[in-house]
Design a protein around this ligand. Sequence first.
Ligand SMILES: Cc1ncc(COP(=O)(O)O)c(C=O)c1O
Length: 438
Amino acid sequence: MKIANNLSPFWMPFTANRQYKASPRLLVAAKGNHYTSHDGRQVLDGTAGLWCCNAGHGDPRIVSAIQQQAAVLDYAPSFQMGHPAAFELAARLVQAAPEGFGNVFFCGSGSEAVDSALKIALAYQRSIGQGGRTRLIGRERGYHGVGFGGISVGGIVGNRKQFGPLLTGVDHMRHTHDLERNAFSRGLPRYGAELADDLERLVTLHDASTIAAVIVEPVAGSTGVLVPPQGYLRRLREICDRHGILLIFDEVITAFGRVGSMFAADRFGVTPDLITTAKAITSGTVPMGAVLARAGLFEAMAQNQPENAIELAHGYTYSAHPLACAAALATLDVYRDDGLFERASALEDHWQEALHALAVKPHVADIRNLGLIGGIELAPRPGAPGARGYELFTRCYEAGVLIRVTGDIVALSPPLTIEPDEIDLIAETLGRELSTLS
Ligand SMILES: Cc1ncc(COP(=O)(O)O)c(C=O)c1O
């Protein structure tokens, strides 16, 4: 298939444009657990796109819901107006959320969900007379999208260094990665719950009265899959409670079954005050993000304002876009009807064993997993960080398996519809390519 006349105009995101365009990889179709490449090959999707296509690709129930919605109501504003699917979706999400959640704020992406959640946290603190709480705390190695709020609380240097001083009044806890104590953990690493106490250090440094919220990914993805140590998230919750700090779980990659439950909060038994989601909310079919808020946050903001006041001066043209709402409602039906979260749970052991069998392969420094998430950390080539990872990525793609690498860490997150023999194929392909990689 002809690719395109000119590849230059598309300024590709998070891509080495010149390297890519010298040897492009295009996807032209997708069905089930496979992509079709422009050169006509079937490529097994080991990453659910970008952690989003949890229901697999091209599910006719989702496709038809989007088609029907486009034909009936293509767009409706959500500012002082509404449409039924938005209210229905919000109600369903609240019902499915951990106990005690009351409201949903819609937006168009994970980055927007993060910025919305940070703003909600600040506005809430102000509304309860805690206007001095303006500080936001993130974590080293955290990824919270690419808005200025998200990169400010984020902790990946490459995503921050080009963009100046960012938001003021932000600090970061230490990350939880500890290869010395936790390498090759199956599931939650044993050591490191005490790293949550780093929040106490920041409270001592800044004083709790200045801190609005803490944001963490329950399982960090984009930094290269960091699974939280046993007891870490619970301890973080306790410290937040002690000091009146809101806890935000950024569940943009973990929500909707990735760890075998609707939300990672369910699996960990730790309830945050705000949850950010996106991606798998529509199984990646139509862009959408959402912030789920604990009951009481909205009410606190409303109570001191007149009935005709806008409680939160924030929103997007595409908040609760009808196509996204229709896609999300159909996706939630598919997750429920096909039991996909249970399926992810049932496959977890197989997934874990298939990945950990790669421990004997050359260059492998660590393997980590939870739910249908896998991370394989490679030792970098001396003097060339990322080169080994990138070569592995291109080789696997040529061999018919789409993986994702961040630097020298392979991050895997297949659709929840993955078959056991497809899990084996991902592992076999990785094993074969690792064996011959320099
Ligand atoms: C934890 C987390 N938060 C936020 C985002 C940003 O989402 P988006 O790319 O939809 O803006 C991502 C994307 O990978 C993510 O992993």
